[in-house]
Design a protein around this ligand. Sequence first.
Ligand code: AMP
Ligand code: MG
Length: 367
Amino acid sequence: MIQSRLPTGLLAVDPRKPEKYSMQKACAILLAGGLVAFPTETVYGLGANALDERAVARIFAAKGRPADNPLIVHFAAAARLNPFFKRLPPMAWLLAERFWPGPLTLVLKNDYGFSAAVTGGLGTVAVRVPAHPVALALLGALGVPVAAPSANVSGRPSPTTAAHVLDDLEGRIDLVLDGGPAWLGVESTVLDLTGERPVLLRPGGVTLQQLEAVVGPVSLDPAVNDPAWAESENEGESESKQPRSPGMKYTHYAPKARVLLFDGADSAGVAAKILAEAAALTGAGQRVGILACRDHESSYREQGYDVIAAGWREDPAPLAASLYEALRCFDRIPVDVILAEGVPARGLGLAVMNRLFKAAGGNVVKV
Ligand code: AMP
Ligand code: MG
């Protein structure tokens, strides 16, 4: 039984021009140490006053988030970082100028001393200026930075609508600002600027190619492409295998159904393999859902499977936008197994594949 259930409020806000009244109400809750979920351009965030340790601790309790998985601190503008950092690396300003407000998170030295509740006890802190008008209006009106992870129960797919937030967190948070669906559908890119060379810790809305055009070569953290990380929650992997972004070691983005990811350059071969697997599973009495691009949609539909298709192999943006809703939808049907088509791991495709690897918990069929 959940103790001290909260009456979770729901306020519809205009995503283009958020109403002042709603922003004031959300600010009052945050300043009193409460939790407010709000739309960003990536996914919905669950916000608390980043300077209020007790409020931040409530985020972890509401989500069931492991304490060593740090939070991203959100600011209304790059200039608002100044009081919190002695000296930002020049690359941070270059990137901020090019990509903020937007889906890029920078990991910096924790000069100011954001609490261990925010940083997971690391000597660094992750910061971002989001692009969604509701997030910006809220941060601007509040005047203090907001620590906000995705507004889902830990381990579940990230929320891209207010309904997803309520499904996971109703009774555990104070307010949800409903500004319609998040636009991008995958979380921000996380880039570590604390070493000599920038390191991509998590692929997201800003692509590796876009980053390299501004700062030159960027290294990839091994956790980005390695499905083995997805299996390791609570398994105490060795020191040398610790990913630099603690969040990458946890099973993420997972629906209740088992997910099997099919990955290969030959898209017709991938489709054939999915159809063969779907037939075998159906024969064994399992209900199968197929998550795919639109390239081979009709061949799956013709066989009568539950299909959710969006985007194209060469243009995965619509797939990214509907990925988490699709995973939740398959759970509502419910299906037993989700067979997911991979996309080429470049551009936004790198972020999509990273999330699919993790949703699949390492169950990848190479075609
Ligand atoms: P979420 O906001 O739920 O999308 O998760 C935030 C992501 O940023 C997680 O993968 C965290 O591990 C990562 N992150 C936050 N702070 C840091 C940090 N100081 N160093 C490395 N990764 C971080
Ligand atoms: Mg998250």
